[in-house]
Write a protein that binds this ligand. Sequence first.
Ligand code: FPP
Length: 224
Amino acid sequence: MNPLNHVAIIMDGNGRWGIKFKNSRKAGHKAGLIVVEKIIKETIKHKIKFLTLFAFSTENWKRPKNEVDYLFNLLENFLINKIENLHNQNIKLKILGTKKFSKKLNQLLKKSETKTSKNTQLQINLALNYGSKSELIGAFKKLKKNKSNINEKNISKNLQTGSIPDPDLLIRTGNTKRLSNFLLWQLAYTEIFFEKKLWPAFNEKDYNKVIKEYKSIKRNYGTI
Ligand code: FPP
């Protein structure tokens, strides 16, 4: 059985679900957040150490302002209401991406990261204003500046994911088969599951099914 240390998720399909069932994309994001909470609980049950969630890409700024504002509002309220609870569960929160948000949200994110920085049960990496190509460029620039050798170890170390092990499993919901500029370097040997369900419809049972299938895969890493 394959060990499972790190799950990454592209939570796609909120907008479509919201339009289909509530006639509102925002309602889809709200429902999506409830699923985030369920999946965190289930991840802990499986004793998985890292959960990386793609919540907002560098390309998502192209959306209508009121949808972007709504998403960040949702995140703000989530942190205000839930960070204590996450902390009590020994969960560490780390933000991947560039913190270029409102002053209030930037401070809240920093405060949440600091508060939970010593926690050890589960690390949640929340990718916000994150783009993998720009992360890679940042790593190369650092290596150049420090006159370091260009090799796999140094590139990995200088990514924002630094000491975090690469994902074992990537799940993308929403019936779309693409990586959308997410963890392009880190996913080199990751097992990828594309799920038809839209994110707000994804549930613990679906998650457990993927995990079970992942565990039974023979991972070759290029050998036979
Ligand atoms: C993709 O669905 C989802 C997002 C861009 C946002 C993800 C946000 C959440 C799951 C809820 C908020 C989470 C936190 C942590 C605050 P989409 O809108 O691209 O869906 P579509 O492809 O149907 O349009």
